[in-house]
Design a protein around this ligand. Sequence first.
Ligand code: ADP
Ligand code: ZN
Length: 197
Amino acid sequence: MNSPFRGNVGWVEVICGSMFSGKSEELIRRLRRAQIARQRVQIFKPRMDDRYDIDHIVSHSELRIKSQLVSNSQEVWEAVEARTEVIGIDEVQFLDEEIVVVCDKLANMGKRVIVAGLDKDYMGRPFEPVPQLLATAEYITKTLAICVRCGNPANYTQRLIDSDQRIVVGAEGAYEARCRRCFEVPGQVVEKMAGRP
Ligand code: ADP
Ligand code: ZN
């Protein structure tokens, strides 16, 4: 994104949606372009998400980009170097709520901050701190997956294993993308009125 701002002003971009919707792909695409433009880029991912690789962000389609592990928002703040122009964070829902303030401060310092994360948890509830980031961001991209049941656009992440922990880092087969009609809230029997408003 070219800066519409005059002077040394930064901004926050959020990429959000369900699992498998292409958030990491889109984040990697934007960061790669910044690197091609020879901007100074720093990329972070939460330590909790060590599913595929500890020092790369890896998309489900196997795109990858080098990243640095952080345990919390304070570590992001401390790791950002003064000359860095673009900051990327994947799986931002695994960081604490202070990340909202950290992103804001970095943008105020003139940096472009791009974060990607789940906007809803396994129950379909807003997943902090993503809703707060959506409120403070200048730019928002919502990505949709394909519902594995019916092929419609999917906005929900269906957990396939039995757990009521909010965070269960996705092993193979633990989650799938579902549309609003096919998504089932765990532990809740819902009468779906197909075809009705
Ligand atoms: P996210 O970061 O949102 O989990 P990724 O960027 O890691 O998504 O992966 C997106 C890729 O996942 C797609 O390009 C596609 O190759 C793959 N994929 C697997 N299942 C689905 C699905 N149900 N809908 C869309 N893409 C899927
Ligand atoms: Zn569906």
